[in-house]
Ligand binder design. Structure first.
Ligand SMILES: [Zn+2]
Length: 165
């Protein structure tokens, strides 16, 4: 593990496979001379996966994590925005911009949308969506209590589950 990667703000599992990763892909740096904003760990079979997270290939550097692990080093706001871009907005149609990036409000609204959807359409009540709704409710409460960092923990779990939809 390179020594400049000390500010880990996110650990997400974005591929649903248990294979151990042997290569990593470094995302772009926030500024020249800064460390990359994320590392994606991938196995050879998935080295072209995650096109939404482009970057430079590099050795896994002794990291023994599952294929599809993404270590994030961005600010909490950037992390929340990436959750919105990658699954929250596509799933709920709640756009952070429409709420001026007030994250407690964004998550509360997304939570309401999902619960309404589960309530009105019994055919849609599959376990995955129910689990996402439960985790999103937790994230919404964390955000309402002022702990956005804590909210990113259930959101990471939602992201993994959302791949099964
Ligand atoms: Zn893989």
């Amino acid at each position: 593990m390179p020594s400049d990667f000390t500010r880990l703000t996110g650990l997400r599992q974005v591929l649903d496979y248990p294979t151990t990763a042997t290569t990593r892909r470094q995302g772009p740096a926030a500024a020249p001379g800064e460390p990359p904003d994320r590392l994606a760990l991938l196995c050879p079979g998935h080295s072209e996966a995650l096109p939404e997270r482009p970057g430079t290939p590099a050795d896994a550097d002794g990291l023994s994590l599952s294929c599809g692990s993404v270590l994030g080093y961005r600010s909490i706001e950037q992390l929340l925005q990436s959750h919105a871009d990658l699954w929250l907005t596509p799933l709920t149609w709640v756009a952070p911009k429409a709420h001026a990036w007030a994250w407690p409000e964004v998550l509360d609204q997304a939570d309401r949308v999902l619960r309404a959807r589960l309530g009105e359409d019994s055919a849609d009540e599959d376990e995955t969506l129910q689990s996402i709704a439960m985790m999103l409710g937790t994230a919404s409460r964390n955000a309402a209590e002022g702990d956005l960092y804590q909210a990113t923990v259930p959101l990471a779990y939602c992201e993994t589950l959302a791949q099964r939809l």
